[in-house]
Design a protein around this ligand. Structure first.
Ligand code: NAG
Length: 121
């Protein structure tokens, strides 16, 4: 294999790894998180000085409906568009009953901790 081809392969593999890594990672520095009324995420998160801060985030601002899952999308409005009975299933994965079936969102992809406050990633 040519060195250039090897480099291209490495670059592709690295890109793929970066794609699967969560962007927001709120769950690393937040505890007691849960979903309220389909689209409000509540959590206690550490701020820059190590204090614990309670906050809530309207996930309609961060998550939208795709064909087989819920995806990170600004003003995606998944709940306004019909997803119901949303809850944290395991880890930071949220499960909802949506038009077309159950769908899952990786909240660690879509939500970040910004100095103690939950925010769209
Ligand atoms: C962090 O949170 C604590 C407790 O709520 C607060 O007293 C402190 O001022 C906060 N620090 C920053 C940098 O926001």
């Amino acid at each position: 294999m040519q060195p250039k081809a090897v480099l291209a392969l490495l670059a592709t593999a690295f890109g793929a790894i970066q794609d699967v890594q969560a962007r927001g990672e709120f769950s690393r520095s937040c505890t007691n998180y849960y979903i309220e009324n389909n689209n409000f995420l509540r959590a206690t998160c550490k701020n820059a000085s190590g204090g614990q801060v309670n906050s809530a985030l309207n996930l309609n601002a961060c998550i939208g409906i795709a064909s087989t899952s819920l995806v990170c999308r600004a003003n995606g409005n998944y709940a306004a568009n019909g997803c119901r009975a949303c809850l944290i299933r395991t880890g930071a994965y949220m499960l909802c009953g949506c038009p077309g079936g159950n769908k899952i969102a990786d909240l660690d992809e879509c939500v970040a901790n910004r100095n103690g406050l939950l925010a769209c990633a």
